[in-house]
Design a protein. Sequence first.
Length: 281
Amino acid sequence: MLSGRARIAGIIGWPVAHSLSPRLHGFWLRHYGIDGAYIPLPVAPQDLEAVVKALPKLGFAGANVTIPHKETVIAYLDHVAPLAQKVGAVNTLIVGPDGQISGLSTDGFGFLASLAASQPGWLASAGVAVVIGGGGAARAIVQALIEAGAPEIRLVNRTAARARALAEHLGGPITLIDWRDRAGALEGVSLLVNATSLGMRGEPPLNLALDALPREAVVADIVYVPLLTELLASAAARGNRVVDGLGMLLHQARPAFAAWFGTEPEVTAELKLSVLQAAQG
Ligand SMILES: NC(=O)c1ccc[n+]([C@@H]2O[C@H](COP(=O)([O-])OP(=O)(O)OC[C@H]3O[C@@H](n4cnc5c(N)ncnc54)[C@H](OP(=O)(O)O)[C@@H]3O)[C@@H](O)[C@H]2O)c1
């Protein structure tokens, strides 16, 4: 039951009906008994500026921002955190007590927090990482790995120019690898990440021979429908430790929930199951 003092947040996207965030934040709101709500906000591109500027006037605590607004929203914010500036995208808005809107990017945090939760003791600084992909998710993950001290990041993307632009923009120890040479790039690495949409339900699988991948390497997929992608199944079958994409989705939401609703939420098996059921529905 909401009171007149309820804290309100939501997710701005176009379309937004597929988003799992209402389920995720709704679970936490119920679990912690918080007087608050989190709602889907379908906002067309031409309405984005007006909606963002209205958030403080409507008393919103903040909002998530998803496709196609993650980059364009930056122009309408009062503050953009340095990491979000670097990544060039924002997924979380926080309305301050003064009505000013700050933008953050929490995808990279979510990725690393999910790895840390699933593989205690794993350190980004301990070895070479291979990241497959060159889109927004890859950008956030590569930046997070750079900041966590990865000594080398081998970046492979189908469209080489996109990977090159990403590497030039972020700087850091990135080695560009041609798409056709991706299987060879796995030699000696300690982390392999699929940051493409390949392997998602309705998409072709990521076609990648794992023979050169050390058995000690961790394999992470950011796709979470299905939870066990073909990549993760093949990696697990040969003895590699695997991390699914749902953990990243759940962990990236933690800083936003804490800022809006004043409670540090926990990622639990019960939460994972609830969101997974919605994802598969
Ligand atoms: N788990 C999470 O929390 C989380 C967070 C963010 C995103 N995601 C998921 O991550 C995926 C990527 O998101 P994004 O925002 O980075 O999307 P994006 O900016 O559209 O990038 C898509 C990436 O997939 C590659 N790709 C797509 N089809 C391909 C194909 N047939 N062959 C080779 N490469 C292909 C693209 O390569 P080109 O550059 O060559 O087109 C690009 O690297 C999506 O499935 C998204 O749902 C998950």
